[in-house]
Write a protein that binds this ligand. Structure first.
Ligand SMILES: C=C(O[C@H]1C=CC=C(C(=O)O)[C@@H]1O)C(=O)O
Length: 418
């Protein structure tokens, strides 16, 4: 029998599997988030029972434990979506609950309903293979969207040559139908296994009736319990596999002028944000080549010791300064943002926004919402963008967005691709 720690007592969540708890919370209409932090083995589920999704100021130091999610067009001083962590269950490597925090108590009627339904689902579940036959293969996005995207890249290159800005990140969507066989929690666990380096998450925005599933490679702001603040510049992309499908060794990877410049713009942008608050005591490591699914990126990491600086509000301050970074928007920020709004032609919603747990076990880990898919009313919408500079070639940028979409598609719908 597994011993589950909840202070002193054994938890009523003992024996339940992540996917059944997820399914029950979804059926009962409770907003929830499932996540796995990079390079960890633990999966956490947070369920918000009492207050549904609230709108709050993302002031990390003042928030209770919860999960936040902001959209691409979020601006400083606007509220973001927040799910308070009424229940947080941590699952270990064997999908066994190893730790529980339950603010409402085990006798709370909604907690009892949740547990009873989770057991009912668990006992009835005839295991279906994750992802199989779940995506119908009907691609709703057609050739016109490729031509459209390439045209926006041409417009961006022309705007850059007229000095309107130096870089802009243009994105597009790819839509695929899915049916009731598609099990998001199983897809989540496949992604978590396939991408140990990524922040893998599944969020149920119950009121909007939509789910967001993703495997993000990019930290936006992180505050560790030892006081370390982290952020990163992630930009510059190339294929990680050769035409035979073998992984290209990291040390054989060479970067061109375009990617080096594109990455440097993001690093410089972060340094400028530190300068705005007169923060000089940061350490900078990189750029390094890092694997993110089926692509390599260039990454530079920035660390600050907030205890030594007595600067506990740094994560909040930096979130407001950083978002939207030039890894998802452009440089300079305002003209590139205006260009995106005028030319991209669709609402990015939570894609290239940010999401993650806040004040969970004394840490906040917020990631850029990349390599993500929205699941709503039978349509899976994948989102992907590429940084455009004066050296961009439209066809190559399109291929880059295809590769980025494949990060999720290869794992959750292997038989759909080719
Ligand atoms: C905008 C995306 O990626 C960003 C992060 C890493 C590399 C990027 C690039 O090389 O263009 C983008 O800046 C996306 O995945 O949709």
């Amino acid at each position: 029998m597994v011993s589950v720690q909840t202070g002193s007592k054994t938890s009523i969540f003992e024996g339940l599997k992540t996917e059944n708890l997820w399914e029950a919370s979804k059926t009962l209409g409770f907003p929830a988030a499932l996540w796995r932090l990079p390079y960890t083995n633990e999966i956490k589920i947070l369920i918000s029972i009492q207050d549904a999704i609230s709108k709050i100021q993302p002031d990390f130091e003042k928030l209770p434990c919860g999960f936040l999610m902001g959209s691409f067009d979020w601006q400083e001083n606007e509220p973001v979506n927040f799910m308070e962590g009424d229940i947080i269950v941590t699952f270990g490597e064997n999908n066994q609950a190893v730790q529980t925090s339950n603010r409402l108590g085990e006798e709370h009627p909604d907690v009892k309903r949740l547990v009873a339904l989770s057991w009912e689902i668990q006992e009835k579940t005839v295991y279906r293979r994750a992802g199989e036959h779940a995506l119908s293969g009907v691609l709703l996005t057609d050739e016109r969207s490729k031509e459209r995207f390439k045209r926006t890249v041409e417009l961006a290159v022309a705007a850059i040559s007229h000095n309107q800005f130096k870089k802009v990140v243009l994105s597009r969507t790819k839509e695929i139908q899915y049916n009731d066989d598609f099990q998001p929690a199983k897809a989540f666990s496949k992604l978590a296994k396939a991408y140990p380096h990524a922040f893998v998450s599944l969020v149920n925005l119950a009121e909007q009736n939509e789910l967001w599933l993703g495997a993000s490679p990019e930290t936006l702001v992180e505050q560790k319990s030892n006081g370390t603040f982290k952020t990163m510049a992630l930009a510059g992309t190339q294929k990680a596999r050769n035409s035979e499908g073998d992984l290209i060794p990291k040390y054989d990877v060479r970067w061109g002028q375009k990617e080096i410049e594109e990455h440097a713009l993001v690093s410089r942008y972060i340094v400028e944000c530190f300068k705005k608050i007169r923060l000089r005591e940061y350490s900078e490591t990189g750029p390094k080549t890092v694997l993110a699914g089926n692509v390599y990126h260039l990454r530079t990491e920035f660390d600050v010791d907030t205890i030594a600086l007595n600067f506990s509000e740094l994560p909040t301050t930096m979130l407001k300064l950083l978002h939207p970074t030039s890894a998802i928007c452009g440089e300079p920020k305002l003209p590139s943002l205006k260009f995106i709004q005028e030319v991209e032609g669709y609402d990015r919603s939570f894609y290239s926004g940010f999401l993650g747990p806040v004040q969970v076990e004394g840490e906040s880990n917020i990631f850029v919402n990349l390599r993500t898919v929205r699941l709503k009313n039978g349509v899976a919408t994948l989102f992907a963008g590429a940084g455009i500079t004066e050296d961009s070639v439209p066809e190559q940028e399109w291929q880059e967005t295809e590769l980025k979409c494949d990060t999720l598609l290869k794992v959750i719908a292997e038989d759909f691709i080719n």
